[in-house]
Design a protein around this ligand. Sequence first.
Ligand SMILES: *[C@@H]1O[C@H](CO)[C@@H](O)[C@H](O)[C@H]1NC(C)=O
Ligand SMILES: *[C@@H]1O[C@H](CO)[C@@H](O)[C@H](O)[C@H]1NC(C)=O
Ligand SMILES: *[C@@H]1O[C@H](CO)[C@@H](O)[C@H](O)[C@H]1NC(C)=O
Ligand SMILES: *[C@@H]1O[C@H](CO)[C@@H](O)[C@H](O)[C@H]1NC(C)=O
Ligand SMILES: *[C@@H]1O[C@H](CO)[C@@H](O)[C@H](O)[C@H]1NC(C)=O
Ligand SMILES: *[C@@H]1O[C@H](CO)[C@@H](O)[C@H](O)[C@H]1NC(C)=O
Ligand SMILES: *[C@@H]1O[C@H](CO)[C@@H](O)[C@H](O)[C@H]1NC(C)=O
Length: 738
Amino acid sequence: MKPQSRVFIFGLIVVGAAMLAIGILIGQFGIPDGSCSASSSPSTNTPSENETISVLMIEECQAENIEEHVRQLSSRPHLAGTPAEKENAEMLVSLWTEYGLDSVRLLPYDVLLAYPDPDNPNKVMITDNGVAVFTSALTEAVLRPEDNNTDVVPPFNAYSAQGEPEGPLVYVNYGTADDFDWLAKNRPDININGSIVIVKYGNNFRGQKVLHAQLAGAIGVIMYSDPNDYARDGSEAVYQNDWWLPDTGVQRGTVKVGSPGDPITPGYPAKPYMYRLNASDPSLPTIPVHPISYGDAQQLLSELGGDEVQNAWKGGLNITYRYGPGFTDPNRKVKMSIQTSREIRTIYNVIGVINGAVEPDRYVLLGNHRDAWVYGAVDPSSGTGILMETTRVYSQMLKIGWRPRRSVMFCSWGAEEYGLVGSTEFVEEYQKILGERAVAYINIDSAVVGNFTFGARATPLLQQAVWDAAKKVPDGETQERSAYDVWLERVPDPRTGTPFTAGIGSGSDYAPFMHRIGVPSTDLLYVYDFIRLGLSSYPVYHSVYETFYYVKNFLDRNFWRHLTVARVYLELSRDLADSVILPFGCADYAAKLQQAAQGLERNFGVKLTQNGVVLDDMKSALDNFTESAQNFEMEVSDIDLNDAYAVRRVNDQMMQLERAFIDPAGLPDRQWLRHVIFAPSSVDTYSGAEFPAVVDALYLIDDDPDQETRWNNVRKQLAILTFTIQSAASTLNDVTQL
Ligand SMILES: *[C@@H]1O[C@H](CO)[C@@H](O)[C@H](O)[C@H]1NC(C)=O
Ligand SMILES: *[C@@H]1O[C@H](CO)[C@@H](O)[C@H](O)[C@H]1NC(C)=O
Ligand SMILES: *[C@@H]1O[C@H](CO)[C@@H](O)[C@H](O)[C@H]1NC(C)=O
Ligand SMILES: *[C@@H]1O[C@H](CO)[C@@H](O)[C@H](O)[C@H]1NC(C)=O
Ligand SMILES: *[C@@H]1O[C@H](CO)[C@@H](O)[C@H](O)[C@H]1NC(C)=O
Ligand SMILES: *[C@@H]1O[C@H](CO)[C@@H](O)[C@H](O)[C@H]1NC(C)=O
Ligand SMILES: *[C@@H]1O[C@H](CO)[C@@H](O)[C@H](O)[C@H]1NC(C)=O
């Protein structure tokens, strides 16, 4: 049965209206073609009218279309900076032009990327008196005919340094800050300085693993996906029989840390005239890094000497896990040969725009990246298929005469995989305009990574709008309940009684919008049961096995889950683009800040008190913020929707709120990041941290001999936080008061 014939629409009052709608709509709110301000009155769309559009959009969206796009996009590799990727960008330009968007632009940037040398493949070897006796696989095995393509880039870690280090091997678990710290404290006899480390993928961003290894003096890093994380059900239950990773699969990925974007034009757009740093940029790794399969890792780990590791560090290979250093055979060493080179290549963003009917200078942005490591059927083609279908649905609504109140921008980013490059260059180039005019940024990256439930990451400001959209959309499993109900049932947040909604980290293109310029952001996806499984990613992530076959057989046979994400994307963006009053939860922000403050007190309260640091001022600012937010929401609920100036004023105040948390000076030691409330954790870019500057100031503070400097810094960061919260409160107060 086709999903759309079983669709039922949540929250719909007059179902019949939808049936009649097309005919009525054309007559009722047809507006002059291409007009940006067809009406000076904000009440062009009455509540019942926009309800109708909401229903129509949800119904118009088709699983079959998304499936066909994902099939096409994943039929060949489309790595950033390659001809195939450029062709996809050009394909989108023609498609969106054909759809009749008001403008479609291809925006190129020349940026520093990285590629393996086809003539000199990267490898990890075991040497015996200098002679290689084992060499890691140069490519992943072809397990299905469609995995075979000469354009598949061999496994590599982008921005690795070049080199041929040789030395003793040391196993450091997941290579987190805590793992290196544990080893240094508990096993000072195991010397990392001058060694090559082998670490498991998962638990933190791979770039951080490299950074920690580098700081400890390692001369190379080898990463692999352990079966305990990526192949839990045994050697048979792997692709192509099951969704787990086979022993030949390898996760590719960037190891760049520091600010996202082009590494040699940090903070500024990579325009032809821009000044470029030398490619030996300090934020790039200085040591060679390479990923291997767990089949190959077994060879290295089974020969390691030294003591057996503590239980918590054991993995799922059928070997005894040891720390090293070095192999049991003293003549044997590990050697890496890495020839990946850094090159400037051209990447492309595609930006399509529908001009708003009433407020064309307010933009709602829908974004997704287009580049993939290999076939990328999940990452990001599941999202690209959805972006394409979303754009078609919008264009259908234009054809029947509807036009959103605000402008809608569809953004297809290039080179996300190298470190959010396309989106970051775009934000850097247009930061003045976006900083003033962007209402919200809605991201979709890997849109369906599991079959469990719809979910989202979001700024507190957008949580409620995401939940409201999910209430109107059928779930992706049976289509019998709302996406919201399944989400709430499967992943409840016991603190709030709402569906669990994570904060914004920096794992995808929302990061520059949120952390750099304070545009409220959210990221939508269908997830696996991450609480039960505890996986850092779906098993075949960034490997050659991330194929259409995988999506169809293990994630979403009928593409209903893709459909659910697409429909929430449509409904949420329509709500943000078309509601007279922006659907922002200012009081929700206050609640989140109170929660974060409680967390700070729980984790550090005693230590703060012992050192004579009080939180009274911060709490006062928080209470002021909470009161301001509540009063503001009351004021908004009374507003005369026909008073265009009043509507614009409160909307501007709401748009100001996320920006009020931006400190132009940036976070200490991480100036590119400017959001004082939320930032990626400084020890793991993938996860988010609340009150990041304060938390960083307190990190391992007891270990520092210079207590006075450290505690003065804590006081300083708390004061900045207090000031920022207080000034955010003032943006919501009576506009005639300071
Ligand atoms: C459109 O619908 C939203 C809810 O989806 C509502 O908040 C808004 O007020 C409506 N807009 C108009 C013009 O009535
Ligand atoms: C992959 O394709 C090449 C030709 O393009 C062929 O020679 C090779 O046998 C194929 N490998 C597999 C495993 O199918
Ligand atoms: C590693 O050892 C060298 C001397 O062999 C020393 O100069 C360097 O500081 C050490 N690095 C670290 C991170 O301990
Ligand atoms: C970059 O630095 C390297 C090493 O310091 C040097 O050899 C190279 O010429 C520099 N390149 C440019 C473009 O300045
Ligand atoms: C694990 O390895 C041992 C020794 O090599 C072997 O006897 C045993 O059969 C292996 N177990 C499994 C489950 O493969
Ligand atoms: C979800 O995916 C897992 C892993 O492939 C599978 O075991 C499970 O049966 C699937 N559940 C549904 C409802 O499809
Ligand atoms: C909170 O508001 C009160 C009343 O306006 C004010 O006295 C106090 O200084 C404010 N707190 C902070 C931290 O600014």
